[in-house]
Design a protein around this ligand. Sequence first.
Ligand code: GTP
Ligand code: MG
Length: 277
Amino acid sequence: FYRAAASPPSSNFLLLGPSGAGKTAFTTLLEAKSSLASKTTHNTHTSQVSTLITVTLPASVPTASNRYRSVNDPSLKEASRNPIKYRLRDTPGHGKLRASQGIAELQTMASSNDSKNKLRGVIFMVDTAALVDEAVLRDTATYLHDVLLILQKRSLGKGRSSTKRATEIPVLIAANKQDLFTALPPGSVREKLEAEIDRVRKSKTKGLMDASMDTADVDVGEDEVLGDDDGQGVFSFKLMEDVGIKVDVTGGAVKGESQEEVGSGVRRWEEWVGMCL
Ligand code: GTP
Ligand code: MG
């Protein structure tokens, strides 16, 4: 009896976000959960290179193709024998490494037509205890703005050039560190990021207008403005849906005393991943 070796997982997720958000801690946790031998989680340090890991989705987490799986469902047993796997790429969040790594990675993966290497989703992790700091908020929103703009260009560009619309790449804003008592709840994280992205967007639009004054071409290309409103209104993640990008903000904690209660640990992020598969 010969059983073919399982083909390597073809679903890719990209993990982005500023330095210190907890990306590597999350990656390490998923890796430990995926391997049978329980590894001790070692302390992380600022990453300088990207890493790619293969993660097993817990059998109890439903997927989009198997949404109504119940505990008694025989397909659950099947799932634990033949677990669903995906790949996660952890990137360094330091400002100086973004262009060459996280952003470059996103651009390559988002434009890839290779069905074997599909980018299924982007997880943008933020430290919800650090966002009260103006500089951190600005830095985080600037990075997120650039990420969303790349996805918007991809979504609009493909839609125009062919009848086949680009498959959506949804974004999860993982509001991490909900275990800390200084953490902002996911609702205010959403509001703060939306307001700050609005500021980033306005200053970018102004910069583009100023630059185009010389050429008497005041028309700022819609490709350059994030959202579907030419930068006229107030930015919200809802605007991204009009250009085909779904953005969710979900709280959680990679670390913390009572992960079961506070933000339910990483469970809800795994559920988001499951819905992309
Ligand atoms: P870069 O590699 O620089 O981009 O940062 P990173 O996003 O990989 O951050 P990293 O995983 O190294 O985590 C930074 C610090 O946050 C570490 O000390 C983690 O232990 C800590 N941390 C991560 N997640 C949590 C969490 O949910 N709660 C708390 N309290 N601390 C966390
Ligand atoms: Mg890291």
